[in-house]
Ligand binder design. Structure first.
Ligand code: FDA
Length: 307
C-alpha cells in the first residue's frame, strides 16, 4: 500500500512541491542522482569507469510540450559529444525514456518520439556507443517496442528494457531473444494493475527467472538489472548452463544502490554496468527509488517530523 501511495505521489504536482521543498530531500536525492549538471555526471562516470561501465540517463519524463522534448534531445547530443571527446564513450552508453522525447505529446507523439530517439541514436553511433530505451508503465510497452523495432533497422545495437512483473513479458523475451538483441531485464518500477502484472513479490521473482532463462538460452545479449542477491546468483548459474562466458551478458545496478556488491561482481570479472541519472528533473525517478525501499521512507518521514 505504501508503495502504491508513493508511486501515486510521484505523479502528483502538489506532492512534488512539498517533497522538493523538504530539506532532507537533497541528502536522499544525492544518494541516487549523480548531480544536476553534465560536468557532475561526467565526474561520476570517471569515478566508476575504472572497474565498471555506465549507462547515463538525462532525467526527465512525461514531457507534454515539443520544445522540452527537443531540449532533452539536445541534452543527450551534448552528453554524447562529451563522452566521445573525453574517451568515456568506450565505457558508457545512454538510457532514454521515450516520454521525455515526446511520446505523450497530443499530436503525433509517437512519431515525434521516434524522430527524436533517432537523433539520439545517430549521435550515439557517431560517438561509438549505443542507446537503451527505458520502459515506462504498461500502457507504453507496445509503443516502445514498436519504436525499438524501427530504430533497430538503422541502429541494430539499440537496447530494450523488459519488466518481469508484466504477464506479457515472457512472450516479449522470446521475441527479443535473437541475435543482436540487447535486453535489460528488470522487475519493474511502476504501480500496475493485477490484470496485466504480478503483484506478489514471489511471483515477480519467479517470472524474472523464467524470463532470464529465455534470454540466456537465446542468442541476444542479456542485461541482468537487479540488486536482488538471489537473482544475481541465479543469473550466474543460468549463464553457465547456457554456455555463456562473462563477456556474453552483463549485470546492471542503479547508482547509489549496493555499491559494494557492484565492486565485488566487477572484481570477480563480471561485466557490471551502473545506471547513472543526472539533471534537475529527478522527482519521478526519486519517488520510484523511495517506493522500492521502505527504510528510505521511514528515514524521510522521521526527518520531516523532527523539523
Ligand atoms: P528488490 O526491489 O527486491 O531489491 C533487492 C535489494 O536491492 C533490496 O533488498 C535492497 O537491498 C536493494 N535495493 C533495491 N532498490 C533499492 C533502492 N531504491 N534503494 C536502496 N536499496 C535498494 N524499472 C522500470 O520499470 N523500467 C526501467 O527502464 C528500469 N530500468 C532499470 C535499470 C537498471 C540498471 C536497474 C538496476 C533497474 C531498473 N529499473 C527499471 C528498476 C527495477 O524495475 C526495480 O524497480 C529496481 O531495480 C528494484 O528491484 P530489484 O530487482 O533490485 O529487487
Amino acid at each position: 500500500m505504501l508503495r502504491t501511495a508513493l508511486l501515486a505521489a510521484g505523479r502528483s504536482r502538489a506532492c512534488r512541491a512539498a517533497v522538493e521543498r523538504a530539506p532532507v530531500t537533497r541528502e536522499l536525492v544525492a544518494r541516487y542522482v549523480a548531480g544536476s549538471t553534465l560536468e557532475e555526471a561526467l565526474g561520476a562516470v570517471e569515478a566508476l569507469a575504472a572497474d565498471r561501465e555506465v549507462t547515463l540517463d538525462h532525467l526527465g519524463e512525461d514531457v507534454t510540450d515539443a520544445a522540452r522534448a527537443r531540449a532533452t534531445v539536445d541534452a543527450y547530443t551534448r552528453l554524447l559529444a562529451e563522452l566521445a571527446r573525453t574517451g568515456l564513450a568506450a565505457r558508457a552508453e545512454v538510457s532514454v525514456k521515450l516520454s521525455a522525447v515526446g511520446r505523450l505529446l497530443p499530436r503525433d507523439g509517437e512519431k515525434i518520439a521516434l524522430d527524436n530517439a533517432r537523433r539520439i541514436c545517430a549521435a550515439a553511433a557517431e560517438a561509438g556507443t549505443a542507446v537503451t530505451l527505458d520502459m515506462e508503465d504498461h500502457t507504453a510497452v507496445d509503443a516502445t517496442l514498436g519504436i525499438l523495432a524501427a530504430l533497430r533497422a538503422d541502429f541494430p545495437s539499440t537496447g530494450a528494457v523488459l519488466q518481469a512483473y508484466l504477464r506479457r513479458t515472457e512472450a516479449d523475451c522470446r521475441d527479443l531473444s535473437g541475435a543482436g538483441s540487447r535486453v535489460r531485464l528488470c522487475k519493474g518500477a511502476y504501480d500496475e494493475p493485477e490484470s496485466v502484472a504480478y503483484r506478489d513479490r514471489r511471483e515477480v521473482d519467479r517470472s524474472y527467472v523464467r524470463c532470464l532463462r529465455i534470454l540466456m538460452r537465446g542468442t541476444g545479449y542479456p542485461m541482468v538489472a537487479t540488486h536482488d542477491p538471489r537473482l544475481v546468483a541465479i543469473a550466474g548459474r543460468l549463464a553457465e548452463d547456457a554456455g555463456r562466458g562473462p563477456a556474453d551478458y552483463e549485470h546492471q545496478m542503479l547508482y547509489g544502490v549496493r555499491d559494494r556488491e557492484q565492486r565485488r561482481l566487477a572484481a570477480e570479472g563480471r561485466r557490471m554496468r551502473v545506471y547513472v541519472p543526472y539533471g534537475d528533473e529527478w522527482y519521478g525517478y526519486f519517488m520510484r527509488r523511495l517506493a522500492e525501499r521502505p527504510a528510505n521512507v521511514a528515514f524521510f518521514a522521521r526527518s520531516l517530523l523532527s523539523r
